[in-house]
Design a protein around this ligand. Sequence first.
Ligand code: ADP
Length: 213
Amino acid sequence: LKSPLTSIHGLAETLLSGAVDDRANNRRFVQLIEEDATRLARLIDDLLSLSQLEAQPAPLKLSRVELKPLVESVIALLNPGVKQRRLRVVCDLPGDLAVQADVERLRQVVSNLLDNAIKYNRDEGEILISATREDGWVKVTVADTGIGIPAKDLPRIFERFYRVDKARSRELGGTGLGLSIVKHIVEAHGGQVSVASQLDQGSIFSFTVPLAS
Ligand code: ADP
């Protein structure tokens, strides 16, 4: 939280002490302020989600959720990033698969995983979303063809603020909180998260959620 705030402060001071009339740079300074403010807002959103989940775990509003339409609606929302990176997204989910979950929280899980699969992919890469049924549970998998995660970092990837490459994550608008929110929500449903990854080949994130009866 401190570094974007320090940056906004510094830039505003620079503008006030004369740079506002420096036509070569003033727009650039305001642009930087806008970028830092966006980063700050994202951090605060993620921190609020996480502290809400931890402090007073609001009871899950469980209902029957059809998986395929939910995933498709998240893909539609993230479409600008998909287009920009020219990615191919394949949603290989059976139409009749339903889970017992809190729909908004589940949406956040899918959204965070897909957002990462886009951010850390390569241009013209692929994302495959699939699911399998295993006695009373559904295992949802999001696989990408991106930069992958070094084996030494894998055990820590779900920790809050843990990022393999801080500069890269920041540049892509990351906060380091997305996966810890995913883990929290999945575990609140009694499920589990897992990850497998190969450097420069891609990553496979999975989570389990109860099958709807
Ligand atoms: P961030 O906001 O930095 O993306 P996350 O908690 O979502 O935070 O992820 C933590 C870190 O895990 C990321 O900074 C990145 O280093 C790594 N990571 C997450 N998802 C992927 C992925 N699909 N491919 C490669 N690295 C990933």
